[in-house]
Design a protein around this ligand. Structure first.
Ligand code: CA
Length: 217
């Protein structure tokens, strides 16, 4: 997933880029309207509406016209209701008012990405493991695997993209709705139980310091 950060404050842009990288995104940066319009295609744009060389709302409209699929989150220091409406009517998918916390930003990013991501296949087959995402049912061979709600949600997150490492922070946001570092231990405990329930040979791979991945086959 590639994100374009449009922000003229270099310090803010660097902090945003670092946070997004930690969550597994590839980050491009633009500090002006001209740079934003010249940027390559991305999956999501984080757009500061207060830019030095032009009107952010107008830029938002133009970016939306250029790429109808891209997810756009508009960011502004102005918090008035009228400005929010203008922001959303300009084609943004969501709207964030400064000052915001990094946790709030990441929750919005994840929510927008989830909405815009292609719908996952309802059934995922990996070897003799059968995951029915719609029915919330998992079997391995002929045996049903009984999972708790959180264990199933974790497995579902990984099953959306087999073979792709899902960062720990994203799993914490999607399953527990938090980026609180203390929740990392809960994640590891749930993952260990899930791995034990799914049995051998294991289909859950740990990528140390990054996250988890479901084997592709
Ligand atoms: Ca600005």
């Amino acid at each position: 997933m590639r994100v374009l950060v449009v922000e003229d404050d270099a310090r803010v842009a660097a902090a945003l880029a670092a946070a997004l990288c930690r969550h597994g995104f590839e980050v491009l940066r633009a500090g002006s309207v001209a740079e934003a319009l010249a940027a390559p295609t991305v999956d999501m744009i984080l757009l500061d509406l207060g830019l030095p060389d032009g009107d952010g709302v107008d830029l938002c409209r133009r970016l939306r016209r250029n790429d109808t699929d891209v997810a756009i989150i508009a960011v502004t220091a102005r918090g008035e209701e009228r400005d929010r409406i203008v922001g959303l009517r300009s084609g943004a998918d969501d709207y964030l008012v400064k000052p915001y916390s990094m946790a709030e930003l990441m929750a919005r990013v994840e929510a927008v990405m989830r909405r815009s991501r292609p719908r996952p296949k309802p059934v995922v087959e990996i070897g003799d493991l059968h995951i029915d995402l719609a029915a919330h049912a998992v079997t391995r061979g002929a045996e049903p695997v009984v999972l708790t709600r959180k264990e199933f949600d974790l497995l579902a997150c990984l099953a959306h993209e087999p073979g792709v490492v899902v960062p720990r922070e994203r799993l914490l946001i999607e399953v527990w709705g938090t980026t609180w570092p203390g929740a990392g231990r809960t994640l590891d405990v749930h993952m260990a139980t899930l791995r034990a329930k799914l049995g051998e040979p294991t289909v859950l791979e740990t990528v140390r310091g990054v996250g988890y991945r479901l084997a592709r086959s």
